[in-house]
Design a protein around this ligand. Structure first.
Ligand code: GRF
Length: 216
C-alpha cells in the first residue's frame, strides 16, 4: 500500500500488526522476513502466545518484540480469555490481529470484527479438513484420506467459529501420489510463506478504514 496520503500530503504510518501464536512460530518468522524485505509494509507491534515455553516466544524475543503468554485455562470462558488478549494488546493499538498457528478460539466482539485474519492449511470453504481439532498434520492426513487431488492454504477473516469466516485469498498446491502428511504439509507451508504476507498487504490496502480508526 502507498504510505502517501494524497489528500493531505501527510505520510501515513505503517500499519501495526499483533501476532497470536501457539507453537513453533514459523509463521511469525515468515512475517518478520516479509516486513523486513518490503513485501509487507507493516510493523509487528506485539506478540501473544497461548502456550508457555514454545519456540514462537523465542522468535518474538529475539526480534525484540513485546510478548506475553496468555493461557486459556486461566480464564473461565473464551470471552474472558479473548478480552485478556485484547486488553494486553491495547497499549500497542494494533490495526489488525494476525493469527499465526494460534490454536484457541477467539470471541470476536464489535471492536475486532473484520480486524482479525487467520491462515488455515487447507482449501476453504470446501475442505472437510477444517474446524475444531483440525490443525498440524491432522489437516493434511484428512486431505490425503479424502482423495483430493489438490490442497492449499486459505487466508480468511476470523469470526466466532473455527475456520468459517470470509475468504480473503487462497493458494493451491497439488497432492502427489506418494505424499505423506509431512510432505504435503511442507508443500502447503511453502505456499503459505508467499500467500500470507501478500494477503495481509492486500487486506490492509482494501481496508484503509483500519488505519483511519486512529491516525496518531
Ligand atoms: C500452519 O499450518 C498454518 O496454516 C496454521 O498454523 C501452521 C503454522 O504454525 N495456522 P507455526 O507458525 O509453525 O506455529
Amino acid at each position: 500500500m502507498s504510505l502517501a496520503e494524497p489528500e493531505t500530503g501527510a505520510i501515513a504510518r505503517p500499519p501495526r500488526l499483533a501476532v497470536l501464536l501457539s507453537g513453533t512460530g514459523r509463521t511469525l518468522e515468515n512475517l518478520l522476513v516479509a516486513t523486513a524485505d518490503g513485501r509487507l509494509c507493516a510493523r509487528i507491534a506485539a506478540v501473544v502466545s497461548s502456550a508457555p515455553a514454545v519456540r514462537g516466544l523465542d522468535i518474538a524475543r529475539e526480534a525484540r518484540l513485546p510478548v506475553t503468554t496468555i493461557v486459556r485455562r486461566d480464564y473461565a470462558t473464551d470471552c474472558q480469555f479473548s478480552d485478556a488478549i485484547y486488553n494486553w494488546l491495547a497499549p500497542w493499538d494494533p490495526d489488525l490481529i494476525v493469527l499465526a498457528g494460534f490454536l484457541r478460539r477467539l470471541v470476536v466482539d464489535d471492536r475486532w470484527s473484520n480486524r482479525i485474519l487467520n491462515i488455515h492449511p487447507a482449501l476453504l470453504p470446501e475442505s472437510p479438513a477444517a474446524g475444531r481439532g483440525f490443525y498440524g498434520e491432522r489437516v493434511h492426513a484428512a486431505v490425503l484420506a479424502s482423495g483430493a487431488s489438490r490442497s492449499g492454504a486459505t487466508v480468511h477473516v476470523v469470526d466466532n467459529d473455527y475456520d468459517t469466516g470470509p475468504v480473503v485469498a487462497r493458494a493451491t498446491v497439488p497432492v502427489l501420489q506418494d505424499d505423506t502428511a509431512a510432505t504435503l504439509a511442507a508443500r502447503v507451508f511453502a505456499a503459505e510463506c508467499e500467500l500470507y504476507p501478500r494477503a495481509i498487504a492486500q487486506y490492509l490496502s482494501d481496508h484503509p478504514e483500519l488505519l483511519r480508526r486512529n491516525p496518531a
